[in-house]
Design a protein around this ligand. Structure first.
Ligand code: HSE
Length: 309
């Protein structure tokens, strides 16, 4: 293969109770990226649209991943890449993760498909480290594997793909402020109480059980975060108003998408999603903060090839 154009989805990390260990991919929202083999070795970024990101391959999540993979594979060619960002960096929807995961997938195709999904996740985690200072796996693994994922272990890395009930719908609101993941990690406590840990890990177990058994009540009861959300919600204007509006309108749960500021709600079915969308929109209309909203499904496939030759 000499050329590939692909779509790398946006992702929701944490999913309330699963900080750094749960994530899912969002259908229809993401980045388009192209990768072209070049005779000159190394990685070059030739075009970025949709966001103001660096062209420096050592600083750019996608560029850094491609460069590292070419070196790791000892490739006798280079790769020129382009990126069209379909959503905003700093939104909490895994922008750097889409770039890093897309880069790992695209470079692997041009290298002859020599790496496993787990290895691609490790390369993409390096991109996350370049972009936000931490090699986090929840967003990148969701983009690479598609659907719901559990990062069961970081050392050694183990990713478990989870089922997602077919009626799950996502409603999200993106208040137009930017929160850097690094900053949102700095507000978190270094230690938590055992009683809080018990609540949190019981909710992770409940959520995963609910996903396997299509038990929407159990999913709803488990979408609770008492560890991270209380600290991070202070960074998001009117978080409680949105969450209450979503729950009162029938959402199974609502929380911070990744490190925010996007707030996601999970609903059962299209009708509930519409009610929740309208309720959230109404709750934000008079708040003097610009916002964007969308409704979507879980993207079961993950990164998609759009064109190649
Ligand atoms: N799990 C990470 C965090 C995701 O919440 O900091 C970052 O997008």
């Amino acid at each position: 293969m000499d050329y590939i154009k692909l779509f790398a989805p946006a992702t929701v990390a944490n999913v309330s109770c699963g900080f750094d260990s749960l994530g899912f991919a969002i259908d229809g929202i993401g980045d388009e990226m192209t990768f072209t083999k070049t005779p000159n070795k190394g990685a070059v970024i030739s075009n970025i649209t949709g966001a103001d990101l660096t062209y420096d391959v050592d600083q750019n999540a996608a560029g850094a991943v491609v460069k590292k993979m070419l070196e790791d594979a000892n490739a006798d060619f280079g790769i020129e890449l382009t990126m069209h960002k379909g959503f905003y960096p700093g939104s909490g929807l895994g922008s750097s993760a889409a770039s890093a995961a897309g880069a790992a997938f695209g470079a692997n195709q041009l290298l002859g498909d020599i790496y496993s999904k787990l290895e691609l996740t490790k390369f993409a985690m390096y991109g996350e480290e370049v972009a936000c200072g931490s090699a986090i796996a929840d967003n990148v693994s969701a983009a690479i594997y598609g659907g719901f994922v559990l990062v069961r272990s970081y050392e050694p890395l183990e990713i478990v793909k989870l089922p997602a009930p077919s009626e799950l719908r996502i409603v999200a609101i993106h208040p137009q402020i930017e929160i850097k993941t690094k900053d949102a990690r700095e507000v978190l406590p270094k230690e938590i109480l055992l009683k809080d840990a018990i609540t949190q890990w019981a909710n992770v177990g409940g959520l995963i059980s609910g996903l396997y058994t299509d038990n929407y009540n159990l999913i709803s009861n488990s979408l609770v975060d008492i560890v991270v959300e209380p600290h991070r919600k202070k960074l998001i204007p009117f978080f409680d108003d949105v969450k209450n509006a979503a729950i009162n309108a029938g959402a199974l749960g609502a929380g911070i998408s990744g490190s925010g500021p996007t707030i996601f709600a999970i609903c059962k079915g299209d009708d509930a999603a519409k009610e929740v969308f309208d309720a959230i929109e109404l709750s934000y209309r008079d708040k003097f903060v610009d916002f964007e909203m969308f409704t979507s499904k879980i993207d079961e496939e993950g990164i998609k090839i759009l064109h190649s030759f």
